[in-house]
Each structure stands twice: as structure tokens, then as C-alpha cells.
Design a protein around this ligand. Structure first.
Ligand code: IYR
Length: 223
């Protein structure tokens, strides 16, 4: 097929059905062991590794291939402390004033509260920003497409890559989180999307004993 724009051939390896089933089972077994962690060890993590995990995240598909994401790596202890203080200020109001009774009840099993020690304890925080528009040379703002979907996909690949490498993460959404734009001095076309502490679980880390949703509830087949 002749194309106007540059195209290249694409021939990913094909496997037999049994090989595919085997690969899918192993990947499921691996991913099914991933759990969100809220108690981190302060053991350092290699920066080269974090950069590679981010570039894996950045292979995600995106609207019009705009790749509308920015990943900020924060290891500086003073900056981590500032982020913690700003996040806790908002969370205190969330827990004490802004969240509904129903919401607080829904969170009971996680035993979370407004205190966010993990923001200082984890050796590395990655702040994910979504780039809502591109600033063209003409100073015109061109909105990007399916920005939240795109950055969500990249974040999903990111947490999978983090787990596959042997580290743990927390997908944390302080609310509101515009303090991240200020503290990290991000431009106006970037909006904070998620804050992801990364590291090893603390020696005494505990996770809630929560089940995965069942196949029957997830999959509806229309053959
Ligand atoms: N952001 C708050 C509250 C919170 C909200 C949801 I939805 C969670 O799944 C977990 C926590 C906090 O992190 O404590």
C-alpha cells in the first residue's frame, strides 16, 4: 500500500497458541503480585533504572501520538519535604472537611489518614504531568487529544515496569495538587496528574488484604 507519509514495516514475532498462553500466564502471575505500597524503606534506587522505567512508560500510545506527558524525578530531601508539607496541608482539609462520610467509609479498609510520611521516606518521587496543550511558535495554544487517557496509559505501563524491575510504587493523587506545578516550576501547559513514590517496601510494610475482582464480574463475552 502506498503511503504519503513515512511508514516502516512492522513484523512483531508470532508465537504458537500454547506459547502465547504460557507467556500470558507468566505475565499474569507476575502482575498479579503487584500491590500498592504506602510504607517505604529509605534504601536508594538507581537513577538509571528510574529513567529506563520512565522511557518504558513513554512507549504508551497517545492521542495523535502527541505523547502528552512529562515525568519529574524528585530525590532532593528538601524538595520531598516541601511536597509532603504541601500535600499534608490539603489532605488534612480533605479528611477533616472536604471528603464525604461515604468516601471516608469507603477508605476505612486502607487505614489511610492525612499524614503522608511516604513522601519523605520513599527515596524517589515521580510527578507525572499531563501536557494539555502545545504552545506553538506563533504563541497559539493547540489542545492535545485524549490527554487523560494517554497519560493514564503511560502511567499504567510505568507501574507495570516498576513492578517488573522489582520495585514498589504508590499511585498517589493529592487533591488539589497544583502545589506540584509551583514547587517544580512547571510551565502552564502542564497539569499535575499523579504523584508516584517509588522504592522498596519498608521491612515491616503491611498491605491491606484485598481481593481482586472476579473474572465473572470483569469479562462479558459476545461471541
Ligand atoms: N488522597 C487521599 C484519600 C484517598 C482517596 C482515594 I479514592 C484512595 O483510594 C486512597 C486515599 C489519601 O491519599 O489519603
Amino acid at each position: 500500500m502506498s503511503k504519503t507519509h513515512p511508514f516502516i514495516p512492522y513484523h512483531p514475532e508470532r508465537f504458537s497458541e500454547s506459547e502465547m498462553m504460557h507467556r500470558a500466564e507468566s505475565f499474569f502471575q507476575l502482575m498479579n503480585k503487584r500491590r500498592t505500597v504506602r510504607e517505604f524503606s529509605d534504601d536508594p534506587v538507581p537513577m538509571e533504572l528510574i529513567r529506563k522505567l520512565i522511557m518504558t512508560a513513554s512507549t504508551a500510545p497517545s492521542g495523535a501520538n502527541k505523547q502528552p506527558w512529562t515525568f519529574c524525578i524528585i530525590t532532593n530531601p528538601e524538595l520531598k519535604q516541601q511536597i509532603r508539607l504541601a500535600a499534608e496541608k490539603e489532605e488534612k482539609r480533605n479528611y477533616e472537611e472536604r471528603m464525604s462520610k461515604r468516601w471516608l467509609e469507603d477508605l476505612e479498609h486502607l487505614e489511610t489518614d492525612w499524614q503522608k510520611a511516604f513522601l519523605e521516606e520513599a527515596p524517589c518521587l515521580v510527578a507525572v504531568f499531563k501536557r494539555v496543550y502545545e504552545l506553538e511558535e506563533s504563541e497559539e495554544k493547540h489542545n492535545n487529544y485524549y490527554v487523560s487517557e494517554s497519560v493514564g496509559l503511560a502511567t499504567g505501563l510505568f507501574i507495570a515496569a516498576i513492578h517488573q524491575a522489582g520495585l514498589s510504587s504508590l499511585t498517589y493523587t493529592p487533591s488539589p495538587m497544583n502545589f506540584l506545578s509551583k514547587l517544580l516550576k512547571r510551565p502552564d501547559n502542564e497539569r499535575p496528574y499523579l504523584l508516584i513514590p517509588i522504592g522498596y517496601p519498608a521491612a515491616n510494610a503491611m498491605i491491606p488484604d484485598q481481593p481482586r475482582i472476579s473474572e465473572e464480574k470483569v469479562i462479558f463475552s459476545y461471541a
